[in-house]
Design a protein around this ligand. Structure first.
Ligand code: SF4
Ligand code: SF4
Length: 92
């Protein structure tokens, strides 16, 4: 019984200790190049619909900020691919 209580406590603690990212995506600048998706070691970046225009659907990156560990690899990838001026991943 004691082991079960300890196990449940660990699970509750793990879920309550969410890490908040220091990064976000400027969706106006995101070109959906995919570099950040591949760079994230924790698979914390989603691809979401930005807008639909006629038959075309445009996607952008979105960081799952509540689980991001803030390593910055996504920003490095975006800067490397798009340059500092056009980087879509910015610090909050
Ligand atoms: S690397 Fe930058 S431009 Fe490319 S998908 Fe990610 S946020 Fe968008
Ligand atoms: S900061 Fe690191 S963990 Fe967070 S989304 Fe970017 S690459 Fe992933």
């Amino acid at each position: 019984m004691k082991k079960i209580v300890i196990l449940i406590s660990i699970v509750i603690l793990a879920y309550s200790c969410e890490i908040t990212s220091e990064y976000m995506v400027n969706q106006e600048k995101c070109t959906d190049c995919g570099k950040c998706y591949r760079a994230c070691p924790n698979d914390m970046i989603d691809r979401e619909i930005y807008k639909i225009e006629g038959p075309d659907t445009f996607f952008v990156a979105k960081i799952r900020t509540n689980r991001c560990v803030g390593c910055g690899k996504c920003q490095d990838a975006c800067v490397k691919n798009n340059g500092v001026e056009n980087s879509a991943i910015i610090e909050k």
